[in-house]
Design a protein around this ligand. Structure first.
Ligand SMILES: Nc1ncnc2c1ncn2[C@@H]1O[C@H](COP(=O)(O)OP(=O)(O)OP(=O)(O)O)[C@@H](O)[C@H]1O
Length: 406
């Protein structure tokens, strides 16, 4: 019988290493905190809030710093009788227009039993409903729009809310918008009037360097791990790996967590540097698997075509070898094949995701330039992912291999 017993010698509180954990203090972001605090100061002064735009790559603390400061601002605002502050968060993932953001905001501001339908209203009607809700709240209302880049070019609302008071739609409420994005091109592509309004105050979060990441890990490990749970150099190694790759605190924390899990599974007394290396391989593997699963149908077909060739003969392969395989698999699966050039784009995507290696070659003096492809990951990983593809008629050799593994 399987039994569970508590293992406590590594993690004191493993939830503190999870992504949704909100740290009580922020490490290594002094200048961003200063600028952000200054931008929020008008709220405490009872003045119209400034609009703020935060941008920087993923995992560099934009959300954590915002949550930390806004919580502090809410606590401090209570001390002033003439300040009434309300803060609302909306994650804009999957919201690709001003209309959708407006509807979701109305529903965020309303009670659960008073929600509006997400379709069927004219845009101006939804904006009017939003102004009604905002007016009924009164005081200062800060709206934080996380992952704001999903709204794309349909960005009217980012102008409408900040300007609603000066345009006469709001009399009781002073609105402020804080937009958060990890897409650098989004800011550059904003329409000029939106840019002027939303980016009144811009704060850029740069990637962390290794000492900064080590300081973040150190602070987090104090609560998450027991005092002697890591071999010396483990935190520095996690920090160095993440700094070299992305500069993301999320990546560094994930690595430490996963290394703890590796140590726990192997019944080690403490996390070793080898555990960190193993954790890194595991994380990379799962990232690559995820990348393969998320490909489009034709990406999957291209992947299977290269896999079939790799099982039959020695890599690398040219597009002229891969394309006929791709066509055959597509036709047998009742899918219209793409033309060769378009399929080549999918091979380029596979190379970009780190699944294939791609080398450019020159064919002597007379010939042109061409590309060669080969897998840069273990075939075992590819076979494992391909075995979950549905609706494809797999070539015999691939199907047989999958069958033998299962
Ligand atoms: N300066 C910091 N001090 C303490 N913890 C931090 C710091 N920066 C980031 N973290 C932690 O790293 C993780 C990722 O941070 P966060 O979610 O704030 O990144 P982000 O920049 O908002 O990323 P994304 O753009 O993907 O939403 C969180 O667990 C957060 O608590």
């Amino acid at each position: 019988m399987t039994t569970f017993t508590r293992d406590t010698h590594i993690f004191r509180d493993e939830d503190m290493l999870r992504d949704d954990y909100q740290p009580e203090s922020i490490t290594a972001r002094e200048s961003e905190l200063d600028t952000y605090k200054t931008a929020l100061q008008p709220v405490i002064n009872g003045a119209q809030p400034r609009n703020i735009f935060l941008y920087g790559k993923t995992g560099v603390g934009k959300t954590a710093v915002s949550r930390y400061l806004l919580k502090q601002l809410q606590e401090d605002s209570v001390k002033y009788d003439d300040v009434s502050l309300s803060v609302f968060w909306l994650n804009c993932t999957n919201l690709s227009s001003s209309y959708q953001v407006a509807v979701n905001l109305v529903n965020t501001l309303r009670l659960a039993d008073d929600q509006i339908s997400t379709t069927g209203y004219p845009q101006q009607r939804v904006f009017d409903l939003l102004y009604e809700e905002l007016n009924s709240i009164g005081g200062t209302v800060l709206i934080i729009l996380d992952e704001i880049d999903h709204i794309g070019n349909d960005d009217e609302i980012l102008y409408e809310i900040p300007r609603a008071r000066s345009n006469g739609y709001l009399t009781e409420t002073k609105p402020g918008v804080i937009g958060i994005s990890n897409d650098f091109s989004f800011r550059d592509n904003l329409s000029p009037k939106v840019k002027d309004t939303l980016c009144e105050e811009e704060i850029h979060f740069s990637p962390y360097n290794a000492p900064e990441l080590e300081a973040i890990l150190d602070r987090r490990a104090e609560g998450a791990l027991y005092d002697d749970a890591t071999e010396s150099g483990v935190l520095a190694l996690c920090a160095a790996i993440a700094a070299q790759d992305t500069g993301s605190a999320r990546q560094a924390l994930d690595l430490l967590y996963q290394a703890g899990e590796v140590a726990r599974a192997a019944a080690h007394d403490r996390i070793t540097q080898n555990d960190v290396h193993e954790a890194r391989n595991k994380l990379e593997r799962s990232q690559i698997e995820h990348g393969m699963r998320e490909l489009t149908r034709h990406g999957h077909l291209s992947l299977v075509a290269v896999l079939q060739l790799a099982l039959e003969s020695k890599e690398p392969f040219r597009v002229r070898d891969i394309y006929p395989q791709y066509r055959t698999i597509a036709e047998r699966s009742d899918i219209d094949p793409l033309v060769r050039r378009r399929m080549h784009d999918h091979l380029a995507d596979l190379a970009m995701l780190g699944i294939l290696d791609r080398h450019s070659r020159n064919e002597g003096r007379s010939g042109g330039q061409y590309y060669e492809y080969q897998f840069s990951v273990d075939l075992e990983i590819v076979v494992n992912v391909v075995s979950d593809f549905e609706g494809l008629t797999l070539p015999r050799r691939v199907a047989k291999l999958i069958h033998s593994v299962e």
